[in-house]
Write a protein that binds this ligand. Sequence first.
Ligand code: ADP
Length: 253
Amino acid sequence: MAKPIINVEEVSFSYDSKSSAKVIGDISFAANEEEFVSVIGPSGCGKSTLLRIMSGLIKADEGKVLYKGREITEPISEIGFVFQDFALLPWLTNLENVKLGLSRSRLDDSEKEKRAAKLLQQFGLKEFDDAYPNTLSGGMRQRVGIARAVASNPRVILMDEPFSALDELTAETLRKDVERMLRSKKIAVDSVIMVTHNVEEAVELSDKIVVLSDQPSHVKKMREVRMKYPRDRHTKAFQDMVDVIERDLGRSK
Ligand code: ADP
């Protein structure tokens, strides 16, 4: 029996408490141990909002999110977050940005520095400790963003369109690197949950794909993807799965 790490239970949400217009209608799903789960759906259906609820940054109107059975009511160190636009602080060096991921850690400053430097090295940015984010390419900046998210050894990573601000070649290189680091346990987490609108990306990386409807969003389909990693986009099995998800989304070719 798969062990649930994150449970989203009957979550609904609207930004305007006076209006009955819901962004999230009713969403339930689980991310289990060792699972990479993608949440895909039309633009504006509430994917980013859902991820923020899962991180404890905003509160669901109804329903709840559990981390290993415990309700999430505020951000917790067991859950790391990767942002679409990297969200690095431009006045801090790359090393200092990664150290921010350790702000709640009990390590002393020199240990934090060592850990941040090691992470930058693992992410191929050894020479860039003292540089500032705006001197880096988008792909490198997102590496810093991911290093910061995993700095505190979280058990779960939530990723909001992490590759969508990058050109396709850079995105594909980083996807493959992240996938390798997850499988080799260099990034040792229990579950990853990624929001995306990119079907190929979801099929490439995910064990499970949660397909959402338009708002007020609900789960339209839940698909398991059982191909072995690393996945080749050019195979028929891959393209067949892409077609299945496109149909689930109502995007016909
Ligand atoms: P997605 O990630 O699926 O594109 P979002 O979660 O970003 O969707 O947004 C869902 C809906 O909520 C959209 O209609 C958006 O305009 C609205 N929305 C997002 N953030 C806010 C906010 N802070 N205040 C009010 N409405 C918001």
